[in-house]
Ligand binder design. Structure first.
Ligand code: SF4
Length: 349
């Protein structure tokens, strides 16, 4: 918390109820406050005009409402991706993305400023770890992205915690935000419409499984040997591919639905026929989805390349030959650096 005041946007209904009780107000005030926060998007308790003036004053003394300052919004040429640059009260900046795909509108949200995991192919990883986001700051990204979508006659249908940061390293804030996203008084997203994406931080996966949040889990695999994965993702020194496969099996056994393995295809590194065969072998007995992501090149780093169309097609053929079902993520927003692995902020002078 940046302030000792309660952040209304980060309070669960039970906590808000308790506060309303402490302020000697009837319980229905909780619903009113939630409605002001989520349906009307107020920035200040003084705007809650159907709440008594006395309560507004009491709330103003004890609470605040997180509101991220929108610095810039960029739309891709096709309109399929919109990138939002927000500034925190500390001056640090984060990005969120709205992605349109058929009738689906997915908000890709950040959980940290920067990221400590230093995946070599990721623009955010090059920033290093700067700060964890608060729950209210995660929820507010969704509210503002959804507000924009509503202005276009749409609404956010899905959330992926796949923006800046490793969400499971900011577990408490992320778990709280996920609960808030599901509130029927708020955005009301179904659990399975929310996916948490991890680079493979196993203690966080275990915590997520134990907490029964009923959200989807995506694990960024990105290589088929520990040697290559360690080169690309230093976290693999600690949590090996075999550990990830074991926890994916456990996830299915406990939750009844499988994880998604994300696999970024990088020319000459992860796109060989042998990789396709190993990927099929590694995941053969695990109920899971496989999502292939052809690498999105950035101007900031030319070390990694997107495979040619021919190579990609050959990789897919080998997988099909191994009877592996997979999807390919056709990245939207490459022209505005809003595609996977491209979120990065360099503060303008
Ligand atoms: S890929 Fe994810 S976990 Fe890895 S450095 Fe980037 S933001 Fe962090």
């Amino acid at each position: 918390m940046t302030s000792r005041l309660y952040d209304l946007k980060a309070m669960l209904p039970g906590e808000l109820n308790q506060l309303v009780g402490e302020l000697e107000e009837p319980a229905y005030r909780t619903r009113q406050i939630l409605n002001w926060l989520y349906a009307k998007g107020v920035r200040d308790v003084r705007e809650m005009t159907n709440v008594s003036k006395i309560l507004r004053e009491k709330l103003a003394e004890r609470t605040r409402i997180t509101w991220l300052h929108l610095v810039r919004r960029q739309e891709s040429a096709t309109g399929e991706a919109v990138k939002f640059l927000f500034e925190l009260p500390t001056g640090q900046r984060i990005e969120s993305v709205l992605i349109a795909d058929g009738t689906r509108r997915t908000a890709c949200l950040s959980s940290q400023v920067g990221c400590p995991l230093d995946c070599k192919f990721c623009a955010t990883g090059r920033m290093g770890m700067i700060a964890n986001l608060e729950a209210g700051q995660i929820v507010d990204q969704l509210l503002q992205v959804n507000h924009f979508a509503r202005g276009r006659g749409e609404k956010v249908t899905n959330v992926v915690m796949m923006g800046m940061g490793e969400p499971l390293l900011n577990y408490s804030a992320v778990a709280r935000a996920l609960k808030l996203m599901r509130l029927k008084e708020g955005i009301g997203l179904g659990g399975r419409k929310i996916t948490v994406s991890t680079a493979g931080y196993i203690p966080g996966i275990r915590r997520l499984m134990a907490e029964d949040l009923n959200v989807g889990l995506a694990i960024s695999l990105n290589a088929t040997t520990d040697q290559m994965r360690e080169q690309l993702m230093p976290i693999n020194r600690k949590y090996k591919i075999a550990d990830l496969l074991a926890v994916a099996r456990e996830f299915f056994a406990r939750r009844g639905y499988g994880v998604t393995f994300e696999y970024v295809l990088m020319a000459g590194l992860t796109d060989a026929d042998a990789d396709a065969r190993r990927l099929a072998e590694l995941t053969r007995d695990i109920p899971c989805k496989i999502n292939l992501i052809p690498y999105n090149e950035t101007d900031a780093d030319r070390r990694f390349r997107r495979p040619s169309c021919r190579r990609l097609e050959q990789f897919y053929q080998v997988l099909r030959g191994c009877r592996v079902e997979f999807t390919v993520r056709h990245s939207r927003g490459r022209d505005i650096d809003a595609a996977c692995g491209q979120l990065y902020h360099r503060r303008e002078k």
